[in-house]
Design a binder for this molecule. Structure first.
Ligand code: FRU
Length: 519
């Protein structure tokens, strides 16, 4: 898998075997109602999507570009698809922004607003949006990736590729891609973080066009079981303090904690030249199987650090059930930092704009769960898309017979389910997805994955965003995050809480209908 060409051909072959390669739908024909179609997550109208790219906020619009093959629902010659949103939740599909050309396919990257017109592409009164991306020249073996840029002076509606592309030549590294560019105020220059093999390389520029190599980071740090991809870097304040650290996001494939692709991060400092971190071990932004290539929006005006990922895993992305489109994003998340003793952790929570989707709601309190209780039938005749909040009493000593395992199960009448649980003995959260598909399509999909986490508060709040084919799980204020997709033969329409070998008190909770973003 380390040879990128092999990796790409593997994906194509896997996809072509399992999917029809014809474009099958358009906005007019598809009311976004097909089986498995996400209702509260972004997905392309038709064709394939993987990484979110070039996310930038400008003049009231959140732009979302993405790795896109419009002709088929499999990976292919990469374009940048494009969508915009005024509220991060409802999306408008726009025409493809960047097409492949003689220099190659358009791989992942980032976008900025050149407010001071350092590049000369726009004007201070009408700044250019500049997109940085990787050219992947599929006609070449080995060294085939370079960095390039395109600019727009009409709010991202049309793009001109820079005539002197590429702006960063390949120094002889096979995996050399996914530029993340940001303005570093202290050193008054643009910084580019680039995935280079199993390292991140940093470059600097005053004008976005001429780039100078600064430093590299990676050897001896974090996980190295796969290729490093899609970096991001930003400063974040530690909650409840005035301390600020730089967070370096590094996506890796494979090597993730639940198998396949995942997002690790490092907390440290950046002085305009070098990123330094005391953290030698990988920390993971999401413990689930399906949050990859996530990066943050640039130029966000309200101080939030906003993140979105691709809700999929390269282990089986090309083999998903055959549908007219492939791929979706995670729900947008707000990132934060939290200190726990000497350790600093990244937190993620769904953006507050989710509230604009809230519909009917039911709430409950003081339920003692013994074995299991169906919440949906009792309270609400539907199960997706919904937001579920559950507060569990975790004071084990308060009573006899405290459950050894408790949790929540989404299921259907066919006996298919996905469950998320907490194991009180071994102090771990787990996701059981061993029976969450109607039709087995990949040996890597079925899984029971877990991660250690000791709940040391007397209560813990669980929050789940359940869509037609995904569940995003957040607990402990966003320290615990796990995103997983599923493809049951019939939608999961029951929500059940369970407790094994004892009881658990569900102190309070709610189920809130989420209105479709496409209606
Ligand atoms: C990550 C990735 C990137 C690359 C893109 C190609 O998912 O492999 O490194 O730019 O996808 O589509």
């Amino acid at each position: 898998m380390r040879n990128f060409l092999f990796y790409i051909s593997f994906l194509c072959i896997a996809g072509i075997i399992s999917c029809n390669t014809k474009k099958e739908s358009s906005v007019e024909e598809v009311p976004f109602q097909e089986k498995h179609r996400p209702q509260v997550h972004f997905s392309p109208v038709a064709g394939w999507m993987n990484d979110p790219n070039g996310m930038v906020y400008y003049e009231g619009e959140y732009h979302l570009f993405y790795q896109h093959y419009p002709e088929a629902s499999v990976w292919g010659p990469m374009h940048w698809g494009h969508a915009i949103s005024k509220d991060l939740v409802h999306w408008e599909h726009l025409p493809v922004a960047l097409y492949p050309d003689s220099l190659g396919y358009i791989f992942s990257g980032s976008a900025i607003v050149d407010l001071e017109n350092t590049s000369g592409f726009g004007a201070k009164e009408n700044p250019a949006l500049i997109a940085f991306y990787t050219y992947f020249d599929h006609t070449k073996q080995g060294i085939n990736q370079t960095q390039a840029l395109a600019y727009s002076v009409d709010k991202g509606r049309t793009w001109a590729k820079y005539e002197k592309n590429p702006v960063v030549e390949n120094p002889g590294i096979p995996d050399f891609r996914d530029p993340k560019v940001f303005w570093h105020e202290e050193s008054k220059q643009w910084i580019m973080a680039l995935a280079a093999g199993q390292e991140i390389h940093f470059y600097a520029s005053k004008d976005c066009k001429e780039w100078t190599f600064l430093s590299h980071f990676g050897e001896g740090y974090g996980n190295h079981d796969g290729v490093w991809e899609c970096p991001d870097m930003f400063p974040l304040k530690v909650k409840g303090s005035n301390e600020t650290y730089w967070v370096l996001i590094v996506n890796i494939n494979p090597g993730g904690p639940a198998g396949g692709s995942a997002t690790q991060y490092f907390v440290g400092n950046f002085d305009g030249k070098t990123f330094k971190s005391d953290q030698k071990k990988a920390k993971w932004a999401d413990q689930g199987k399906d949050n990859y290539a996530g990066v943050t929006w640039s130029n966000v005006q309200d101080g939030r650090t906003l993140f979105i990922g691709w809700m999929n895993n390269w282990q089986y992305a090309g083999e998903k059930p055959c549908i007219a489109w492939s791929g979706a994003t995670t729900f947008p998340r707000e990132l934060g930092l939290e200190k726990d003793g000497q350790d600093i952790y990244l937190t993620s929570v769904p953006v507050r704009e989710i509230e604009s989707l809230y519909g009917k709601n039911i709430s409950f309190s003081n339920l003692e769960i013994n074995k299991s209780k169906i919440l949906s039938e009792r309270f609400l005749p539907m199960a997706a898309p919904v937001e579920i909040k559950l507060v569990f009493d975790q004071t084990e000593n308060s009573k006899m017979g405290f459950a050894s395992i408790y949790g929540i199960r989404l299921k259907n009448a066919k006996g298919e389910y996905i469950s998320i649980g907490y194991d009180n003995k071994d102090k771990l959260f787990y996701t059981d997805r061993t029976n969450a598909v109607g039709e087995v399509f990949s040996e890597h999909f079925s899984s029971l994955h877990s991660f250690l986490y000791k709940v040391d508060t007397s209560q813990i709040e669980w929050r789940l965003i359940v869509d037609m084919a995904s569940v995003e799980f957040f607990a402990a204020g966003g320290r615990v995050v796990s995103t997983n997709v599923f493809y049951p033969s019939e939608p999961f329409d029951q929500i059940e809480v369970f407790a094994e070998d004892g009881t658990i008190d569900l102190v309070s909770g709610s189920i809130t209908e989420l209105k479709s973003i496409w209606k």
